[in-house]
Design a protein around this ligand. Structure first.
Ligand code: ZN
Length: 208
């Protein structure tokens, strides 16, 4: 099989009776059934491109930089103004003696989202550019492990709740960082949604 031939020609074993079924590229939502026992052997993945995942991951990585360098809000109580970044929350928690909580917030709010998006970017790039990059299979596994730790959407909601509460005590002003956190949440959710593991396996298999 050459790489220009996008028809997959290999034999798949039926999971029930092990009869060989000729593998082929299926149209959307179609499925391949065993001719002997009728069991489903293969189902077409809903997607045919990893480019949306690639695009969302690329955008997300740029936005992650902005979300971490721009202040989220300024808080003014009796003339004492304070500007807040994501990292200032982590530092404040550590300073107050909540080391493990600070580490958890830092991991779920900064490190894991960046690693998650980087991993999606790496695997999606390799698939879209048809390159066999090192450890791409392991990175694909890592994405599933990191996904539950990307808690930026939770952080975004928590920020809104905090602002509502703080508004009772002083004056709170939203800053650009808040918008970037919202955009980062959307990019993370869309990248994870557009990343199809089965399609990745199919693409990586074709590169061998
Ligand atoms: Zn069968």
């Amino acid at each position: 099989m050459t790489t220009t031939d996008n028809r997959i020609s290999a034999w798949l074993a039926c999971p029930e009776c092990e009869a060989p079924c000729l593998d082929r590229q299926l149209p959307k939502k179609a499925e391949l059934r065993c001719t002997r026992c009728g069991v489903r052997v293969k189902i077409a993945s809903g997607r045919h491109s990893l480019q949306p995942a690639w695009a969302f991951a690329t955008a997300g990585l740029f936005v992650a930089i902005l979300a971490n360098v721009e202040p989220i809000m300024t808080f003014d109580v009796a003339g004492d103004t304070q500007s807040n970044h994501i990292v200032s929350g982590v530092i404040e928690l550590a300073r107050q003696g909540y080391g493990p909580v600070a580490a958890l917030v830092c991991f779920a709010g900064v490190i894991a989202p960046v690693l998650h998006l980087t991993a999606i970017w790496y695997v999606a790039s390799a698939c879209c550019l048809r390159r066999r990059w090192p450890a791409v299979h392991r990175v694909a596994v890592l994405i599933e492990m990191l996904e539950p730790w990307n808690l930026v959407p939770v952080y975004a909601i928590a920020t809104v709740v905090a602002v509502v509460k703080l508004d009772m005590m002083g004056t709170v002003d939203w800053k650009a960082g808040a918008l970037w956190i919202l955009v980062l949440s959307l990019c993370s959710l869309c990248a994870a949604e557009a990343f199809d593991r089965e399609l990745v396996e199919e693409r990586l298999e074709a590169l061998k």
